[in-house]
Design a protein around this ligand. Structure first.
Ligand code: ATP
Ligand code: LTN
Length: 333
């Protein structure tokens, strides 16, 4: 599966529920890219241990995420899909890269600062090391492109810096990866506070739409979406973040341009726009939800895909790690 084509790599942490933001900002692009490139997609289950998880729930959620990857249309014949924790090279390369990462670099990461503030009682080493594990994910597979939302750009920069640093100190070893950020929908905002990104871990259920929400829930959330009191429909991120977010979502799920949507709704009110966006999202997510419910009844099938994905991933990752071990001077086993 991994041949002459460019390589695409990405992952999502199994926390909360996969949201419409994750889908539009990340997974929808994965599917497009997997048509053209060799692609590898992981469930980043080691990453999410940086915050406390309930073990039984966590196990279930990771499986549910894997089923959602498939339900979204990722095809195991075209992409390698696996659980990060099934491939030990991720943790191994992290150790090596830790020895090439400055503490100051890690402390500067916005996500580290945000998560430290949010989990002040548990600022653990993993939280600081998170971007190094992410760099290992990417560099193990010699990825060329990494489709992520804008919030991950800084982590990608660190991955690039580490790759360049290692290559310069030794000899070319890692491909220097590029972030692939879709033009549209790079950032979907909360339906309740459109100045904040829609986030899997948002405790307000009305702020996010999950891929597996029922149609009724989706409609209710869009009808309640926070907008503003100037009832004109136009795209203006600064002054009308709520409406602009609705327009971005509408455009992302229908493939229509924002201009086209704005001209259709010109002169109409939010009471018309909101349910229309809701319906478009319901229609987009309906087949995903149906396939997901079906897959959940077939755990053996899910596990067989995960095992075969991990095997393929492991053989690629081992090759890179063997090179790295040799270059830094470890005795070959
Ligand atoms: P958490 O709330 O736990 O931090 P999250 O919703 O930010 O989670 P991640 O697992 O950090 O989700 O991200 C998964 C992928 O989805 C990443 O590529 C990220 O950039 C993208 N993404 C996350 N939220 C959004 C959003 N609101 N809009 C667009 N892309 C997003
Ligand atoms: N940190 C990422 C998830 C992630 C990831 C990766 C994304 C873990 N490893 C490798 C791209 C490539 C996030 O979206 N929060």
């Amino acid at each position: 599966m991994i041949g002459d084509k460019k390589i695409v790599y990405s992952a999502v942490q199994p926390t909360g529920c996969i949201t419409l933001g994750n889908y539009i900002g990340a997974i929808q692009n994965w599917i497009k890219l997997s048509e053209e490139y060799d692609s590898i997609f992981a469930i980043a289950d080691l990453h999410a241990l940086t915050v406390r998880q309930n073990p039984a729930e966590y196990r279930k959620r990771a499986m549910s995420f894997f089923a959602q990857y498939l339900a979204c249309g990722l095809d195991p014949e075209k992409s390698i899909m696996y659980f990060q924790s099934h491939v030990p090279e991720h943790a191994e390369l992290t150790w090596i890269l830790n020895c090439f990462t400055y503490i100051g670099e890690a402390q500067r990461m916005t996500q580290f600062k945000d998560k430290s503030a949010k989990h002040a009682d548990n600022i653990n080493m993993g939280l600081l090391d998170y971007p190094v594990l992410m760099a290992s994910d990417i560099l193990l597979y010699q990825a060329d492109y990494v489709p992520v939302g804008v919030d991950q750009k800084q982590h990608l920069e660190l991955s690039r810096d580490l790759a360049v640093r290692f290559n310069n100190l030794y000899s070319p070893t890692f491909t220097v990866p590029e972030a692939y950020i879709g033009k549209q929908g790079a950032k979907i905002f909360s339906l309740q506070d459109p100045t904040k990104k829609m986030s899997k871990s948002d405790p307000d259920v009305n702020a996010t739409v999950s891929l597996i929400d029922t149609p009724d829930d989706i409609m209710r959330k869009f009808k309640r979406a926070v907008t503003d009191c100037d009832a004109t429909i136009r795209y203006d991120e600064e002054n009308k973040p709520g409406v602009s977010n609705l327009l971005t979502i509408f455009s992302a799920v229908t493939g229509r341009t924002i201009e086209d949507i704005v001209s259709e709704y010109e002169g109409k009110g939010y009471a018309q726009l909101k349910p229309a966006v809701g319906e478009a999202v319901v229609e987009k997510l309906r087949p995903i939800r149906e396939k997901y419910l079906d897959l959940l009844n077939n755990k053996d099938y899910l596990m067989s895909i995960a095992r075969s994905g991990a095997e393929k991933a492991h053989s690629i990752a081992r090759r890179t790690l063997a090179k790295v071990y040799k270059k830094v001077g470890l005795v070959e086993g």
